[in-house]
Design a protein around this ligand. Sequence first.
Ligand SMILES: *Cc1c(COP(=O)(O)O)cnc(C)c1O
Length: 434
Amino acid sequence: MLYSTQNKNHTVSFKEAVLSGLASDGGLYMPVELPQLPADFFVQLRGKSFSEIAYEIAHALLAADIPDEVLRRIIDQAINFDAPLVKLDEETYVLELFHGPTLAFKDFGARFMARLMSYFMRDSARELTLLVATSGDTGSAVAHGFFNVPGIRVFILYPSGGVSPTQEKMLTTMGGNITALEIQGTFDDCQTLVKQAFNDPELSQKLFLSSANSINIARLIPQMFYYVYGWTQLSDAAFTHPVVFSVPSGNFGNLTAGLMIKRMGLPVTRFLAACNANDIVVEYLRTGAFTPRPSVKTLSNAMDVGSPSNFARMLELYGHDAGAMREDVYGVRCADEETRATLKEVHDRYGYVLDPHGAVGYFGLKQYRAAYPTPCTGIFFETAHPAKFPEIVEKVLGIPVEVPARMREYLQKEKHAARISNNFFALKQVLMVS
Ligand SMILES: *Cc1c(COP(=O)(O)O)cnc(C)c1O
C-alpha cells in the first residue's frame, strides 16, 4: 500500500501507484510502511552479485505485489550492467552509476519502471501510452528503457534546439514503440503540452495515458539497490569508520531512495545533498524554510531544478521536521567555479576524470570533511559518464575524453523525429491518429 503525500488517507495498491505515477490529488506516492531489515541482512549481502542484492531488496519491498520469479526476471532484464565502486584513496570511493545504455544513473529507474509497467499491463486489452517531456537525460533513459517493452508505447516531447546533439541522437534513433516529437518551443512548452494531453477528455477516452517522469515510485526502488551494492563493495578496513554517501542532487529522487534504504536498516551515518547553485534544499536544511524559486543554469545542468519534486517525500520521511532531517542529511552548495576546480583537482590528484555532476558530489564530501573532521568512509556518486559533457570536461582538463563505444554508435544512427508546433492541437492530432 502507498499513500499520497497530499493526503495520508488516500491509499492505493503498488500497481496503481506505478501505472498512474502521480496521485490524482497532485501528491507523490509513499509506502505506508517500509520493511525493517536487521543489520546482518545487509552484512550477508557482502560478496553477492549486483542482481542478487537487487533481488533481495526488491523481494523485501514487493513480495506481496509481484511473484518472486517475475521479480527475478524483471531485475535480470533491467539491472543488466554493473555499478562498480572505485577506490580513490583509503577513505574516498566513487560509485560509478553510468554503465547503462544512456550513460547516466537514470537508466536504472527507467529500465526497472518499464518492466514493472509492462508486467502490470499484461492482462490489459489496451496499450499504455506514455508521454514524457524532457530536456535531455530523462528522455534518453526512457527511450532506451522502454524500447521493445511489450504493451507500452512512448511519445517523447523535446524542445527543438534545446537538447545537446548527443542527447538528441539518444532520443530520436530508437524507432519501434518509441516516437520522438521535436517541439518548436521550450521545455516548459513540452511540459504544458503533456499536462494538456492528460486533461483532454477525448484523449483520455481513446488512450490509456500515463507519464514516466521522476516522481514515479518505481524509479526510486532500483536506486536503493545500488546504495546497498556500493556499501557491500567496501573493504573491512573501510567499515571501521562511519559511512557517508554524497549524492549530486536536483529533483532529489536519488537522495530520497538513499533515505528510504537507511530507514529500512542500511547502516549509513549521513547523506550529503550535494547541489549546484540551485540549492533550495540546502537552504531548507540551514533555515527550516522551503522556498522554491526559478532554476538557474549551471555546469551540472541535470541538477538545475528550482522546485525539487521529491522534497515532498523527504518531508514525509522526517515528519516535516527540519531538525530530524538534519540528523541524516547535510547540505552543500557547489558553485560553477568550484565544479571546475574540483574536476581539475580530482584529475590531478587521482588521475580520475569526473563529469560535472560527480564533481559536485566529490566537492560535497570535501566540504563535509572540513565541517566534521572525524574520519569517515565517503562514497560519492558519479551520476553520468564524462563523455556526455565533453565541452566542459575537455576545456577544464585540456585532454580529450574517451567516448564509450555505445555512445559512438548512437552518434552514427539517423535521427527520426516528427516536428510539430507547440500548439496542443498539433500534439492531439498526432496522438489521435496513432
Ligand atoms: C537527474 C540527474 C541528477 C539528479 O538526480 P535527482 O534524482 O533528480 O536528484 C544528477 N546527475 C545526473 C547526471 C542526472 O541525470
